[in-house]
Design a protein around this ligand. Structure first.
Ligand code: FE2
Ligand code: FE2
Length: 399
């Protein structure tokens, strides 16, 4: 092996290791997309190699129906992706290059150089589907095709290496295909787990609502108001996402309160009232200590605290109240005003706004709400109205 090839090979091994490292560190189901991985992988593994990088890569995966494939052509210059095609949907049997990869066992790559084929350049293009050759935009003179194995099999096809496509190029591409295959499989498993987690949380939140004869729309609306309020107050998108998912669990603690109290018509006696005042504490306990539920826990324990310290259960005041709880408090109060309860009729948006401005016998907006969030609420009150209207439902509860 020449010195130049040794250096290049070392550089590519290091790139692959760095890519694996970065991918594992950044693999977060909310942020990760397969396409981002491709672009990152192409840049890191094929970038900076001067003359040996391919001019483009076609990545293609089988769809769930098994009969069609879809993918994109990424055009590269010095390993940077300079253009990506629209999604190409194709019948895998229409492309010789894809077929080649699919019929090989996973340890192999297929290397093809037009110069060795004895075919005309036009005939050689028939190795690809017309959509791919159109996206490449130049005659294909060589290619390497490599199978991506896993639950969602696919192919990685690199084309137009300068000069010839070599077995060394094939090994690099194979390394890339193995990495992409395992990360795609891993991310799909993580997505399944994440979906199951979200489903469970929604079921829990809905179960608590059911006790109050709600239709579940209250929690969906509170999620959406809270997300809109946090986003418009300028919080980071991670926080906005966490709040708009976790807000629905604000009243999980009510599951410990008997229906005879929750649904009681007329005034509560002292013991019953004390029971209701405990629901934030019960909620915090139910949510346990999982780091994934940290924001939900903060919301559950603090959504009845008031800015001036007059709330419950701990009389927290000002900045000591978790910000997620301050956001959800505004969302929850607005929705409670708009909804019909066992002891009151629903209010119009205008009447609810009036209470957010001047208060009533229970709500003192200037002293109960975070002033910055209250201002944001007035900036986007039309969004609150829209959310309520789009998710209106018959709700009868005690709060
Ligand atoms: Fe509550
Ligand atoms: Fe609520």
């Amino acid at each position: 092996m020449s010195l130049e090839l040794c250096e290049m090979s070392l550089q590519q091994i290091q790139s692959l290791l760095r890519l694996t490292d970065d991918t594992l560190q950044n693999i977060c189901c909310r942020r990760f997309t397969t396409e981002e991985l491709f672009v990152d992988a192409l840049r890191k593994v094929l970038g900076g190699l001067g003359r040996r990088g391919p001019a483009g890569i076609f990545t293609v995966f089988r769809r769930e129906d098994g009969t069609t494939c879809c993918g994109r052509v990424f055009q590269l210059r010095q390993g940077e992706v300079v253009e990506r095609s629209d999604e190409i949907v194709m019948d895998p049997s229409s492309s010789y290059a894809v077929n080649l990869a699919e019929t090989q066992n996973q340890a192999e790559t297929v290397i093809s150089n037009w110069a060795d084929s004895g075919e005309s350049i036009d005939d050689y293009q028939a190795n690809f589907s017309p959509a791919v050759t159109a996206a490449v935009g130049a005659p294909i003179k060589n290619f390497i095709t490599c199978r991506i194995s896993g639950e969602r099999p696919g192919s990685l096809i690199a084309f137009n290496y300068p000069g010839r496509a070599t077995s060394y190029d094939g090994d690099v591409l194979h390394g890339l295909a193995v990495l992409i295959g395992s990360v795609v499989a891993l991310s799909e498993k993580m997505r399944e787990t994440e979906n199951a987690f979200q489903y469970t949380i929604e079921a829990l939140a809905r179960a608590c609502e059911a006790a109050e004869e709600g239709t579940g729309k209250h929690i969906s609306r509170v999620n959406r108001y809270a997300g809109a309020l946090a986003a418009n107050a300028g919080f980071a998108s991670d926080f906005v996402q966490a709040v708009s998912f976790s807000a629905q669990m604000h009243d999980v603690g009510k599951i410990k309160i008997p229906n005879s109290v929750l649904l009681k018509q007329g005034p509560l006696d002292r013991a019953e009232n004390e029971m209701i005042l405990m629901h934030p504490v019960y909620g915090e306990k139910i949510l346990g200590n999982s780091p994934r539920l940290e924001v939900a826990r903060e919301i559950a324990i603090s959504h009845h605290e008031n800015w001036d310290g007059s709330g419950y259960p701990y009389n927290l005041r000002g900045d000591t109240i978790p910000v997620a709880g301050r956001v959800v408090k505004i969302a929850d109060v607005y929705d409670a005003l708009r909804s019909r309860r066992s002891y009151k009729e629903s209010l119009s948006h205008r009447d609810a706004l009036e209470i957010f401005r001047n208060g009533d016998e229970r709500i003192d907006p200037q002293n109960h709400f975070d002033p910055m969030l209250l201002k944001t609420f007035f900036d986007i009150e039309h969004i609150f109205e829209k959310i309520y209207d789009s998710l209106a439902g018959e709700e009868v509860g005690t709060e």
